[in-house]
Design a protein around this ligand. Structure first.
Ligand SMILES: [Cu+2]
Length: 148
């Protein structure tokens, strides 16, 4: 009895409460999980890619701040760009697709935006971008120009 009484202050009772132990295990688990998840992000290049905002409205694509429908998207060979697609067309879902590169954003609802990361090939040339369901009206040219 006296031994038990002496030992208790050295190991506080709360440390052995099951809830505390479970919380501790969860914290360790989260730390490990987030480390695993964050590792690939940390390994990416520090420079963030150039961003191009493409707005879908009135059944056409526009560069943000421009009134020219379905503009030529000029990209540099070998660069990485993030195309941000914003749908401002109430009542319509739009997509953005560069079929030649297998890059697709599908079924974006009105009022939403999303993005797709594109590693532009090193080969200059022209490709088509489209909105899959409205390709007759919503299409334009991706012009890959030499990086020099
Ligand atoms: Cu569309």
């Amino acid at each position: 009895m006296s031994i038990n009484h002496k030992r208790s202050p050295e190991r506080p009772a709360w440390l052995w409460e099951p809830a505390v132990r479970i919380a501790g295990l969860l914290l360790v688990g989260f730390a490990l999980a987030s480390g695993v998840v964050l590792w690939p992000l940390a390994a990416e290049p520090a420079a963030s890619p150039r961003e191009i905002v493409v707005v879908a409205r009135d059944m056409a694509f526009y560069l943000q701040g421009s009134a020219a429908p379905n503009p030529v998207l000029t990209l540099r060979a070998g660069e990485t760009v993030r195309v941000i697609l914003r749908n401002e067309d109430k009542g319509f879902m739009h997509s953005f697709e560069i079929g030649a590169w297998g890059k697709t954003v599908l079924n974006l609802k009105a009022g939403r935006s999303t993005s797709v990361l594109i590693e532009v090939p090193n080969q200059p040339g022209q490709h088509e971008y489209t909105c899959r369901p409205h390709a007759a009206m919503m299409k334009g040219v991706v012009d890959v120009v030499s990086a020099n």
